[in-house]
Design a protein around this ligand. Structure first.
Ligand SMILES: [Zn+2]
Ligand SMILES: [Zn+2]
Length: 234
């Protein structure tokens, strides 16, 4: 399980593309979020077009995370003749898709990811905005455990504990340059306050509002690997 990023931008930095990621395992293409810049990119990825199974794990319903979800499901169902499995704990996504003309028979909604090609995934509530429920995912396969935080101002306590107990290999954290008036994203200062120095190299920053990658690396964290993202941010 190796995440590849379609972008590393925040919602207001579309030039960096949306912070959405994918990986391929066995016959399955796994997509983490499906923002407004993602559908166009997926059509250029052979692994997406050819995969037998398609799983979408959704963190929340902001446009940079679900903006092209309806078109992606519709294309998968009608053109690729492949019914995607959509992982999201709430039925609010069904309402959204229904309003966008996507009936429930075009996808399979599940609250968590049962083992699929060796990968399982559990949603964990994260703090992002009081206006909607948001989730990160704890993903496991035979090789490693990953926590993908989606958009969140903090890392859940149980994940921090697991990281410091060496039972999580990688943590992906939304990191903004400055904390705004209403904290909805993490910051480097926040990370410094909760991550022990010897574990910083296991934390990958993503969802950048502008380019401060030098500062991220200087403080000992990683920057997300990328399919297109790094080329565009430098
Ligand atoms: Zn976002
Ligand atoms: Zn968001």
């Amino acid at each position: 399980m190796k995440l590849q990023f379609l972008g590393c931008g925040g919602g207001y930095t579309p030039s960096l593309n949306n912070t959405n990621a994918f990986f391929v395992k066995g016959d399955t293409f796994f997509l983490l979020d499906c923002g407004f810049s993602t559908f166009n990119q997926l059509l250029q990825i052979d692994d997406f077009l050819k995969a037998k199974n398609f799983v979408i794990l959704l963190t929340h319903l902001h446009g940079d995370h679900c903006g092209s979800l309806s078109m992606t499901i519709s294309y998968s169902h009608s053109i690729l003749h492949r019914i995607p499995t959509l992982i999201f704990p709430l039925r609010t996504v069904t309402e959204l898709l229904s309003l966008m003309g996507i009936p429930e028979n075009q996808y399979i909604l599940r609250q968590y990811l049962e083992e699929t090609d060796g990968v399982s995934g559990s949603p964990i509530v994260v703090q992002h905005t009081p206006l909607m429920s948001c989730f990160g995912y704890l993903l496991k396969d035979e090789e490693k455990s990953i926590f993908y935080g989606g958009d969140s101002s903090s890392i859940p306590k149980e994940i921090l504990h697991s990281l410091h107990a060496n039972s999580i290999d990688e943590v992906y954290q939304d990191t903004t340059y400055e904390r705004g008036e209403h904290a909805s994203h993490g910051t480097l200062d926040y990370l410094d306050s909760v991550i022990s120095p010897e574990y910083k190299h296991k934390v990958y920053c993503m969802h950048f509002d502008h380019n401060f990658i030098g500062e991220v690396i200087h403080r000992g964290y990683q920057v997300v690997s990328s399919y297109t993202a790094i080329a565009q941010i430098s």
